[in-house]
Write a protein that binds this ligand. Structure first.
Ligand SMILES: *Cc1c(COP(=O)(O)O)cnc(C)c1O
Length: 384
């Protein structure tokens, strides 16, 4: 089954040690839920309402109840959720949105696509989330919103952002693409600000089998705007009252999500236990800190190491996949380098060189996790 003899002779490892681990085990989850997922998909094939079928409404009600938000608007992806939120805010070209450069490109990409200017503020070195203490120095008369990202599964300092926003009459959009299900001061991610946006991309904590996302808000008018923008700005059939997008979630993906929701609480508990176990076992290895008033759903379990490429190569050689979220902060990417030349972002730049995400999923077993930890501690010691 695992005949990588070159690898075995080089590293002199027994076969069971070089069996490659999956970075996130999506197949184990499907095996556990197969009957329910298959039945849910079959029902859509039988009724044939592939667009905006009954599962979409059912899912929106379930997700609103789960988060505590008044409205849930499902959409085609997490990227689309961010764009629709920005479009619903009636922004003008050149309006400024304060955000983090230490995120997936979509966050900043949608700000630019909406015609706005991203204003980059640095992150905290231990949580990797937007640093609330640095926000007010960058607010100008053109600032319209703050867009924090709840990175790796931990909600950012939403109460601080909401308080700053209230003082300056700004909107707050939480990019909760990695934090769906996370709890912050007793409340759920995505129900903490003007808008919360999430993603159901296959590797996210709650995921479908393709692209999907959702937008959450307590504001009736913004919810209505988002619903219209999702279907080409229609307030009624062929009545286009605003410019919109084709941004609906497929009924089949809603059906998959409804089946997966039945196991989601269990998965969140497993993720919490696996995350806590990583923290216990990792000893002196530096890792992302979690604040006491919130948890992480561990979309990624991320450590910080020097000599990252050497550590990664050592882990790869023993069949342990890792990932880097993210190797280049967005203000250093060609597409966004000119956006905000005034920004000073030393923490993001240093983190981008040191972060390393380890295998993580609700179905990661203890012996596999032990393998990851042992190999990481060895690799770090050897690369020092
Ligand atoms: C995944 C992700 C997105 C985009 O979500 P998609 O569903 O892939 O479009 C946006 N922001 C962050 C922080 C993400 O991790």
């Amino acid at each position: 089954m695992h005949h990588d003899t070159a690898m075995m002779s080089t590293h002199d490892q027994p076969t069971n040690t070089v069996r490659p681990l999956p970075f996130a085990d999506l197949q184990a989850q499907y095996r556990a839920l197969k009957t329910r997922i298959d039945a849910r998909i079959q029902r859509v094939l039988d009724h044939g309402q592939y667009i905006m079928g009954p599962e979409v409404k059912e899912l929106e009600a379930a997700l609103a109840a789960f988060t505590g938000a008044r409205h849930c608007i499902t959409v085609a992806s997490g990227t689309e959720a961010l764009l629709i939120a920005l479009m619903a805010l009636d922004l003008r070209p050149g309006d400024e949105i304060i955000t983090t450069p230490f995120t997936f490109a979509a966050t900043v990409e949608m700000i630019v696509l909406a015609g706005c200017k991203p204003v980059f503020v640095d992150v905290e070195p231990d949580t990797c989330n937007l640093d609330a203490r640095l926000i007010e120095a960058r607010i100008t008369s053109r600032t319209k919103a703050i867009m924090p990202v709840s990175l790796y599964g931990q909600v950012a300092d939403m109460a601080e952002f909401d308080a700053i926003a209230a003082r300056h009459r700004l909107a707050v959009i939480e990019d909760g693409a990695q934090s769906f299900g996370a709890v912050y001061r007793g409340r759920r991610s995505c129900a903490l600000s003007t808008f919360g946006a999430t993603s159901f991309f296959p590797s996210k904590p709650l995921a479908c089998y393709g692209d999907g996302g959702a937008l959450f808000t307590d504001d009736d008018h913004l919810a209505q705007a988002a619903r219209e923008i999702r279907v080409h700005g229609q307030s009624g059939r062929y009545r286009h009252t605003r410019v919109g997008v084709g941004g609906r979630l497929d009924t089949i993906q809603a059906a998959v999500l409804l089946a997966k929701l039945e196991r989601f609480e269990w998965e969140l508990e497993r993720r919490a236990a696996i995350g806590a176990r990583y923290q216990r076992l990792l000893g002196a290895i530096e890792r992302v800190a979690v604040r006491p008033d919130r948890n992480s759903v561990w979309a990624q379990f991320t450590v910080m190491v020097d000599q990252r490429e050497r550590v990664r190569a050592s882990l790869d050689a023993v069949g342990i996949p890792t990932a880097v979220h993210y190797p280049v902060p967005l203000h250093r990417q060609p597409a966004y380098a000119g956006c905000d030349p005034a920004a000073s972002l030393p923490v993001s730049e240093r983190l981008a060189q040191r972060v390393l995400s380890l295998p993580m999923s609700a179905d990661l077993g203890e012996s596999d996790q032990d393998r990851v930890v042992t190999a990481l501690i060895e690799a770090v010691a050897r690369s020092a």
